[in-house]
Design a binder for this molecule. Structure first.
Ligand SMILES: Cc1ncc(COP(=O)(O)O)c(C=O)c1O
Length: 423
């Protein structure tokens, strides 16, 4: 039954019950963490055979010794592997170090240095980026680092609000890019539909010069379901629309093998790739090719990636189920929260009643349950409705996850009741 349909006496009784539970949690000395989307140790163990997999064989077919300097675009075998993640030919893939985020940062740096800064000096306009919200906080941190102004746009069920995006872009040539997590979006779990991808391919046609679509496909192979979402190929659509110069794709093996010791990929038209390689050549002679080769030997091909990801799913699928079960059991039908049940990726996105996210997160923190800070999923940490909470279920043990969720639902209901009584 919806909370607001209960009588005042019923609500006050429920409040008392919840306060007792909350007090019990306070004295329990809990220390639980639902913040960052990290793989758990059991998931990391799946890739332990990366260690020693080369067994002393460091030579590529073309004779390259991966232990030596050189090869800034990555070894051919790893470029092909990256192509499987991003649905691209190997020639359009560069392989980086352990973080796609670093590639994103470097790419923005490259664009700033090569054209955006000069353009903004001429036009006397601040460089701007569109940011679908809720979104990935570290994308926003990159914009912050370069003083790029962020304009939030709404995420809908089929992807970002394309009407809003097209309107904004047509009006303002100083909008130089947009962040996208097109598959199992962080944190909403939405996969962009083919129609949305089509519209993205045409977007640069109406944008100002040097507009970039930052297509961060971090969850390309992270399915939690037998019928995985299918993401249309943006680069192919861009070839049709003649906009490939605007497409910048990313992926990595961070949540496939070792989060701190994987390999990353950037996908670009061949001309763009060449220019980016030249930019990077001032800061590096080459990437860690030994790790690239280890990943090629370990993951092998599309079937190898799929089989490996199935093992991840067996570990984290039940955790996602548990989130949905606990939330449904305690909050279902009460009209105080909505949450996602993602088909893949790493997060559950939950909306509280407007105005309550920060209170609930503080209440949970006070009894030892750490949640992602309120507003983190919005540019400048500002969730205008103060209602979005990102839950990351993969890292804690099943037992710790259950405990943390049970505390969380008590905080959420208690805060909702207090708000209701204050009305
Ligand atoms: C959307 C998204 N992109 C990128 C990353 C980080 O990727 P990497 O480890 O390759 O830097 C994450 C990690 O949570 C993410 O959620």
């Amino acid at each position: 039954m919806k909370l607001e349909e209960l009588s005042i006496t019923q609500i006050e009784e429920r409040q008392l019950q919840l306060e007792k539970q909350y007090a019990a949690y306070k004295s329990a000395g809990l220390s639980l963490d639902l913040t960052r989307g990290k793989p758990g140790a059991e998931q990391l163990d799946l890739s332990n055979s990366l260690d020693g997999i080369l067994q002393g064989f460091y030579l590529l077919q073309d004779g390259t010794d991966v232990r030596n300097y050189g090869g800034l675009t990555g070894i051919p075998e790893a470029r092909k592997l990256g192509g499987l993640f991003m649905d691209l030919p190997a020639e359009e893939v560069m392989v980086g170090g352990n973080s796609s985020l670093t590639l994103m940062y470097n790419y923005i740096h490259f664009m700033m240095e090569s054209v955006w800064l000069a353009e903004s000096q001429v036009s006397n306009a601040t460089i701007k980026f569109l940011c679908p919200v809720p979104g990935y906080d570290r994308h926003f941190t990159i914009c912050d680092a370069f003083n790029i102004e962020m304009i939030p746009v709404d995420m809908l069920d089929d992807g970002p609000d394309m009407d809003q995006i097209e309107r904004l872009i047509a009006q303002d040539a100083s909008i130089k890019g947009i962040w996208c997590v097109p598959k199992y979006s962080n944190p909403t779990g939405v996969t962009y539909t083919s129609q949305v991808v089509e519209r993205f391919a045409k977007l640069p046609t109406n944008a100002g010069n040097h507009f970039k679509i930052m297509w961060d496909n971090a969850y390309a192979v992270h399915d939690l379901n037998d019928q995985p979402d299918q993401l249309a190929n943006l680069m192919d659509a861009a070839r049709e629309a003649e906009t490939t110069e605007s497409i910048v794709m990313f992926a990595s093996t961070s949540k496939v093998t070792f989060a701190g010791s994987g390999i990353s990929f950037i996908g670009l038209s061949q001309d763009n790739l060449k220019a980016f390689e030249t930019f990077l050549s001032a800061s590096a002679i080459g990437p860690d090719k030994v790790n690239q080769l280890r990943h090629v030997r370990f993951l092998v091909d599309a079937a190898g990636i799929q089989a490996h990801m199935r093992k991840h799913r067996d570990i984290i699928g039940p955790k996602f189920e548990m989130v949905d079960n606990v939330l449904s059991q305690h909050l279902g039908g009460k009209g105080i929260a909505r949450w996602t049940k993602p088909m893949g990726g790493y997060f559950v996105s939950l909306d509280t009643l407007p105005g309550l996210a920060s209170t609930i997160i503080t209440m949970a923190g006070d009894v030892g349950v750490k949640l992602t800070p309120a507003g983190a999923t919005f540019p400048n940490g500002d969730d205008p409705r103060n209602q979005n909470i990102r839950i990351a279920p993969t890292f804690p043990s099943t037992q710790a996850l259950r405990q943390a969720l049970e505390v969380f639902v008590v905080c959420l209901e208690l805060a909702s009741i207090k708000q209701l009584l204050e009305r």
